[in-house]
Design a protein around this ligand. Sequence first.
Ligand code: ZN
Length: 80
Amino acid sequence: MNDNTNTLSSGTVATLVVDTEPYLSCDDCFERLDQFVDARVADPSHTDLEMTTHLAGCGVCAEEASALEELVRIHAAHGS
Ligand SMILES: [Zn+2]
């Protein structure tokens, strides 16, 4: 399997703006989910305060995140 669809990579300008409020909206969370999950799979100790805070409080996104993480892990396990 080699369908690495990366539709919103460069369009999503990763805002390095540190907000005072670590609680993302679901939209923001969703936008960063790919990146977050990739980083998590590559490095299990990776943390993102905003993401983890949101995921801790939002069951929908948390579920989405774990489903995506599983997918990414399966992909990673199967190699390129
Ligand atoms: Zn959410």
